[in-house]
Write a protein that binds this ligand. Structure first.
Ligand code: PPS
Length: 521
């Protein structure tokens, strides 16, 4: 997409109704926008999906393998109408894509019974528990504005077009993609390496993002286990990939969805455990997979590993997961290290203008600390406003109350030797000083000024808020119609227009280490 088009879309999006995406929906949008769901490139309508399967067919594969639509609760759906353009946002409010709605339907109703509120914009009704719980489906075309800001393991997050070219760049013929690779045993990896050598393939050890927050140690463990597993492969013949996949179930539809996605990432072969998809183990699972392959439901170039001859040293990959992992005891030991006695607690208190990059650096820091096996509590401004301060406005009094609430939670985390990462605007000096006072006696307090100049923040405008503030649509907007009082003596200052995120994170980690807040310090 041209820069002009992206700019025009962004401008238009500031005036549109918003839909806030869940982690799983965010992954779907990313897969659509990057071509990983090809040939599907839009949120599907009932027409795209085809007729509902008869009851007798349910459980067998009678539907298109990719079913990508958006689910919204009925209360939110009542604000939507056919032909309407809406902006899709991530949990921080960043604008990702504009959706033009072509269909809205209730999956519990027969296709012919369209909901009255689905076809016309109706006045907004107050949500009831019943409407909150009911989900409607929405389909239509999407145009991307930006990619989700993922700051944990950026080096492992590859696009389909990039990964698909990787075998050629390495002068290899094929690509074997290993589904949920962190689960494989050492023996299984050895078998994969042997097959890869035989068929001249690059091995891609896939880790599913699974919608895990950068603070979730499960993701870091999976990455560690896969990095460890890389040693089983000759240099240059294997690599890791962290794909935006959230599990949608454990049935054959999920298997087919993954097979299609992996094919678009360039996989010619795929290793997966049929038991994960309800196909049974051993010979039963292999037979089920062969049948799917024979029915042409998998990409023609894709072969499931169980149809290869696996009677080598591994014995059989599909039955070889979980037990006896050689480094399991090591990771359990690391897991316990989240509570090493004597480790100092800390609060990393980010402050700065909207769009300065607070959340970006805060999330990258959370991910880095997770890699160091340190649990963190991430108190992002937007998230706190959604869950802890939803009744507050942006008046001076309410901002103060909001920051003091964040300060209180952070002080509790610090008291218990954890690390709290806070990322509100926190525009007033006096309130920040109050928070510092609440925490300094309990552990370390780092005030981190994200000092990116306002001109840059306005240009970035990831949520379209500066545009709205200048148009007079938002009042008391920090930096435009409400003050931001710069910190005078922050422990660290970071201008994200000058410093790379990784370098900023490295500085903070070094400071935490020097203050005795990290293992080995
Ligand atoms: S504060 O001042 O510290 O209480 O603000 P905070 O809780 O961090 O919330 C800031 C996010 O709210 C959005 N927003 C506004 N910011 C500033 N001023 C006004 N009037 C306003 N209205 C909404 C904005 O998205 C901020 O998020 P970030 O991530 O900083 O852009």
């Amino acid at each position: 997409m041209s820069h002009e088009r992206a700019r025009a879309l962004k401008q238009e999006a500031t005036r549109l109704e918003s839909i806030s995406l869940t982690a799983a929906q965010l992954c779907d949008i990313e897969l659509l926008l990057t071509g990983a769901y090809a040939p599907v490139t839009r949120l599907m309508t009932r027409q795209d999906l085809g007729p509902e399967p008869a009851a007798s067919q349910i459980g067998r594969v009678a539907r298109p393998q990719l079913q990508v639509f958006l689910e919204v609760n009925a209360a939110s759906a009542s604000k939507l109408s056919l032909g309407q353009r809406v902006v899709l946002r991530d949990d921080e409010g960043a604008m990702l894509a504009v959706l033009t709605i072509e269909d809205i339907w209730d999956p519990r109703m027969a296709a012919k019974d369209a909901l009255p509120q689905a076809t016309e914009a109706t006045p907004q009704a107050l949500p009831t528990p019943e409407t909150e719980a009911r989900c409607l489906r929405v389909g239509g075309s999407i145009e991307g504005i930006g990619t989700p800001g993922r700051h944990d393991y950026p080096e492992l997050r590859v696009t389909p077009s990039w990964l698909a070219e990787e075998p050629r760049r390495r002068r290899l013929q094929r690509m074997i993609l290993v589904d949920s690779a962190a689960e494989l045993t050492q023996t299984a990896h050895q078998a994969v390496a042997a097959i890869a050598a035989e068929i001249d393939a690059l091995v891609v050890l896939q880790i599913a993002d699974d919608g895990l927050q950068p603070t979730d140690l499960r993701l870091h463990r999976a990455v560690r286990e896969c990095r460890e597993a890389l040693r089983q492969y000759p240099a240059g013949r294997a690599q890791l990939a962290l794909l935006p996949l959230v599990s949608k179930g454990n049935d054959v539809h999920e298997l087919l969805r993954r097979a299609a996605v992996y094919g678009n990432y360039g996989a010619t072969h795929c290793i997966l455990d049929p038991r994960d998809y309800g196909l049974g183990s051993g010979a039963e699972g292999s037979a089920a997979l062969s049948k799917l392959s024979a029915e042409g439901l998998l990409k023609t170039s894709m072969t499931l590993i169980s149809s290869l001859d696996l009677t080598g040293p591994a014995g059989g990959l599909t039955a070889d997961r979980g037990a006896g992992r050689p480094h399991a005891s090591h990771s359990r030991g690391a897991r316990r290290s989240g509570r090493v006695p004597g480790r100092r607690g800390a609060t990393c208190f980010f402050t700065g203008l909207s769009g300065a990059g607070k959340s970006t650096v805060a999330r990258a820091l959370a991910a880095r600390l997770g890699q160091l096996d340190r649990t963190v509590s991430l108190l992002d401004g937007d998230i706190i406003r959604k869950h802890l301060s939803s009744e507050l406005t942006f008046s001076k009094e309410h901002r103060d109350l909001n920051i003091r609430r964040i300060g209180y939670v952070a002080s509790e985390v610090t008291r218990h030797a954890g690390i709290a990462i806070c990322a509100p605007i926190a525009p007033y000096r006096i309130t920040r000083a109050t928070v510092r006072g609440m925490i300094e006696s309990l552990g370390e307090f780092l005030e981190i000024h994200v000092s990116t100049p306002i001109q840059i923040c306005e240009k970035r405008d990831p949520k379209g808020l500066y545009a709205k503030a200048h148009a007079g649509l938002i009042k008391d907007f920090t930096g435009v119609s409400d003050p931001y009082e710069e910190p005078e003596h922050p422990e660290i200052a970071i201008d994200t227009s000058q410093v790379e995120v990784e370098d900023a994170v490295a500085r903070i980690v070094a400071e935490l280490r020097a203050r005795g807040c990290l293992h080995g310090s």
